[in-house]
Design a protein around this ligand. Structure first.
Ligand SMILES: [Zn+2]
Length: 404
């Protein structure tokens, strides 16, 4: 399979200026060449052309933090009681919808009894359409800790080491740990630290020894600090980041993965069954949102490496709907330029997932994962919602909103 997409504006995800009249040469699922049409190499000249005049090409979006087994319409506490088959079938549908919005890669950081790993297998085998996946398996939390209803509970360094190794044995790419309380677990304080430095360090070391990464759910500053000291690769949410922790992250190269959309539910789209949960969560989320904005501003000022995740599925107010478009819209609202928001959602997230050798930018040698948009996202970031088609590994997988 070989073709050249012509006539479009190209944003390659590296942060380089857009090329107005570009050509993208795809061969055997990979990018053979990308650049200005006027410089198209000779070997691409006789190849089949796909006309994309007036459109914009961006790299496939990457969501560094979501929950593909959970629909974001009902509380996970309720969903865990559901028949496993039903959760499997719904996650297949969620995977399809994620792809339709131009997200070609995701990292799941808390699934359901390894359903997400089997979903990944099914996607990779071509049984069902869906994004490329990195997975954490079960989250690790202290006994009764945040998300205990989907977690492998563990106390003490020895148990944490074993719990991490269990996830790796099942196929985990990253180990997800709960360093503070969370909003989705009723009765918890998001500021309170949970797993200790010693506990997390044991699991982080086990992950690193096996070539895996470690990611920590953190809201309160104490938990952020504990996670950095434990050697974590990424701080998820990172709500109450402060000067000291931001400096520590820069020094150690710890990535920051804010999740803004989940703290900003679309109030016109709350299912009836979630109204009581909305009442319970609204004051917590409002507080989180104000702090998140400050953290993003602080992280950019300090030069912390920034990724981005939607946390879709995490609570009944976070459906899988234009997940990464929403994140980028909020980033721009927080003062991030459009180009930088796109780089965060593509190149930076590929780095967070340790997949940047093959994904994240439209450069020769990488997978041909790209989205053709009907309008220019540099003019208005919401134009990332105007998906014309999506390609994964050079194959068209979405056409005019229809998953093929
Ligand atoms: Zn989450």
């Amino acid at each position: 399979m070989e073709y050249v997409v012509t006539g479009a504006r190209l944003i390659d995800g590296t942060g380089a200026a857009a090329i107005t009249d570009a050509a993208l040469h795809v061969r055997d699922g990979k990018i053979a060449w990308a650049g200005a049409a006027s410089a198209l190499p000779d070997d691409a000249k006789g190849v089949q052309k796909i006309d994309a005049a007036g459109k914009t090409i961006i790299p496939g979006l990457i969501d560094a933090h979501l929950h593909i087994c959970w629909n974001g319409r009902e509380s996970v506490l309720e969903l865990v009681k559901r028949e496993r088959d039903l959760i499997v079938l719904e996650s297949v549908n969620i995977a399809k919808r994620i792809l339709a919005t131009g997200t070609t890669t995701v990292r799941d950081v808390g699934g359901h009894n390894y359903v997400e790993m089997h979903l990944r297998q099914a996607i990779n085998a071509g049984h069902v359409p869906g994004p490329r996946m990195r997975v954490s398996g079960k989250v690790l939390c202290m006994t009764g800790g945040h998300g205990y209803f989907i977690a492998r509970e563990a106390d003490g360094p020895d148990e944490m080491r074993k719990a991490a190794r269990e996830q790796i044995k099942m196929g985990a790419d990253t180990i997800k740990m709960m360093a503070t309380g969370g909003a989705a677990t009723p009765g918890q304080d998001v500021m309170a630290s949970q797993l200790t430095v010693e506990e997390m360090k044991a699991a982080v070391d086990a992950a690193h020894a096996m070539g895996r990464t470690a990611a920590a759910h953190c809201h309160g500053t104490g938990g952020i600090k504990n996670s950095i000291l434990a050697g974590m690769d990424s701080i998820e949410h990172g709500t109450f980041l402060d000067e000291e922790t931001a400096d520590m992250m820069v020094e150690r190269g710890t990535a920051f993965v804010p999740t803004i959309g989940v703290a900003n539910p679309d109030l016109n789209d709350i299912p009836d069954n979630a109204q009581s949960e909305l009442k319970r969560l609204q004051p917590i989320l409002a507080n989180v949102n104000v702090a998140m904005r400050k953290s993003v501003e602080l992280a950019r000022r300090k030069g912390v490496f920034i990724g981005s995740g939607s946390d879709a599925g995490g609570n009944p107010l976070s459906p899988h709907k234009y997940n990464m478009a929403r994140e980028m819209e909020f980033l721009v609202e927080f003062g991030v330029p459009e180009m930088e928001a796109l780089v965060i959602a593509t190149r930076n997230n590929a780095k967070v997932l340790r997949w940047d050798k093959e994904l994240g930018t439209l450069e020769a040698g990488k997978f041909a994962d790209f989205v053709i948009l009907d309008a220019n996202p540099l003019e208005n970031i919401s134009n990332v919602r105007k998906v014309s088609s999506v390609y994964k590994g050079g194959q068209k997988v979405v056409d005019q909103g229809i998953v093929l």
